[in-house]
Design a protein around this ligand. Structure first.
Ligand code: SF4
Ligand code: SF4
Length: 430
């Protein structure tokens, strides 16, 4: 099997195909701390793409409550157990990660889904990735166990200590999920028809509906279970990253061809989402560009981390982990960079605070940002996750986002502007 470089694992790994890379890569950052689980994103996607017969249980975007929720049920626990069974005790990371190196998150020494599979033949050829096919029942109740917490509140009969940072005793959190348009997709690796492809212009992973024969190998091999089978057409379908919007083809939104964020991103009232396109070098690296907000958050600051990087697909969705959740749970989910990311988020410095303001401020994709420094407006004492105290200075800076054509598309300040209504009597009216 060819060997490819996976920067999230800090090492090369086996993959069925040689490395080829797109010129740009669709990517996104979700700030879990801000999500209110309103499911607006879920319905924005569903009402756009999956409202027809045979798609009743198909949610390309979903928001599930962890640790118990999952769509399909227990998708992650099942695969993690399979990986552990294939490599007992060996699914471990080493090294703290050197931020400036090509192994910034440390090195994963265990087996990925491509390395752990027993490469035996089945009816369609050699197996390419470890996975399983969920049952029909596992696709039902997409928001099962919504807001069901875990913890020891009944053991000591106290409630008061349960909501103390750095880790709540009783906790749950929302996990927002869609196809990660992976660099090394499991779905693409497993398809015996060669029906799945990754677009060279933006890294979006698509299923050619004419070539697909509905073998469901992609459903089995996608570790995130984001390829789904549609019985009415006998084919598999998946998130298409709203590619007409990425291409700037909607004349109402992009009169001059400006790339627009996907429906799930632009509809988010919690302002947790920032989507972008990152330039990729010929040898597959993220091109260093610290003024691209995605590059800044993921590669420069490492405050946003990949979901289950150990699966090995190099997913292009990144998460700012929730502050209140026990670290061992977060570390098995986002890798060893969790504590560093939370430390940065707990007391963001001046530039980070500016970039965090850009989330969900414009429908256009931001390719570059700029900061105009403002005056100091506050100084607050922050308790850090390790219990130490830190002083945070707040400056009312202005952050400006620019679109693909280097034209300003958003301008906002750190302090939200407030307006005081005049004292005159206002009668409510419609
Ligand atoms: S729309 Fe935003 S806040 Fe609402 S559930 Fe989706 S990600 Fe969370
Ligand atoms: S998340 Fe799944 S469906 Fe999407 S590209 Fe990765 S392997 Fe394929």
């Amino acid at each position: 099997m060819p060997s490819v470089y996976n920067w999230q694992l800090g090492r090369t790994m086996e993959y069925p195909y040689e490395e080829t890379h797109p010129r740009w890569q669709f990517a996104f950052v979700f700030n879990i701390n801000r999500c209110i689980a309103c499911q607006t994103c879920t319905m924005a996607c569903k009402s756009t793409w999956t409202f027809s017969r045979g798609q009743e249980y198909m949610y390309w975007n979903n928001v599930e409550s962890k640790p118990f929720g999952g769509y399909p049920h227990n998708w992650d626990a099942k695969l993690l157990n399979m990986l552990e069974a294939a490599n007992p005790g060996g699914q471990r990371w080493s090294g703290a990660g050197d931020k400036s190196s090509e192994a910034p998150l440390g090195t994963f020494n265990g087996k990925t889904i491509f390395e752990a599979v027993d490469k035996h033949y089945d009816e369609t050829g050699p197996k390419r990735a470890l996975g399983y096919l969920p049952t029909d029942e596992e696709w039902t109740s997409p928001n099962i166990h919504e807001e069901t917490a875990i913890g020891d509140m009944w053991r000591d009969r106290t409630w008061g200590g349960s909501t103390q940072l750095p880790e709540h005793k009783v906790w749950f959190f929302y996990l927002q999920r869609l196809c990660n348009h992976c660099t090394y997709p499991g779905c693409l690796a497993a398809c015996p028809r060669g029906a799945i492809y990754k677009r060279p212009e933006d890294g979006v992973v698509l299923i050619d509906q004419k070539r697909c024969q509905g073998y469901r190998k992609c459903v089995e091999a996608c570790p995130y279970k984001k390829a789904m089978y549609r019985p009415t057409t006998g084919t598999s379908e998946k998130c298409v990253a709203c590619y007409p919007r990425l291409e700037g083809k909607d004349p109402r939104l992009s009169p001059n061809g400006e790339p627009i964020e996907t429906r799930c991103m632009t509809s988010c009232p919690g302002r947790i989402r920032l989507q972008g396109l990152v330039p990729i070098t010929d040898d597959g690296k993220w091109q260093a560009d610290r003024w691209n907000p995605l590059y800044y958050l993921v590669r420069e600051r490492k405050i946003a981390l990949p979901l289950y990087p150990q699966f090995g697909t190099e997913p292009n969705g990144y998460y700012i982990p929730p502050r209140w959740v026990p670290r061992p749970y977060l570390t098995q989910m986002f890798g060893p960079g969790v504590q560093d990311a939370i430390n940065q988020y707990a007391c963001p410095d001046r530039e980070l605070l500016n970039v965090l303001q850009l989330f969900r401020t414009t429908q256009q994709i931001i390719f570059r940002y700029e900061v105009i420094e403002g005056e100091k407006v506050a100084e607050i004492e922050v308790t850090m996750p390790d219990g130490t105290r830190k002083t945070q200075e707040i400056f009312n800076d202005t952050v400006i986002g620019f679109n693909k054509f280097n034209i300003e598309c958003v301008r906002t300040t750190v302090e939200e502007p407030t307006y005081e209504r005049p004292a005159a009597l206002h009668v409510n009216s419609i």
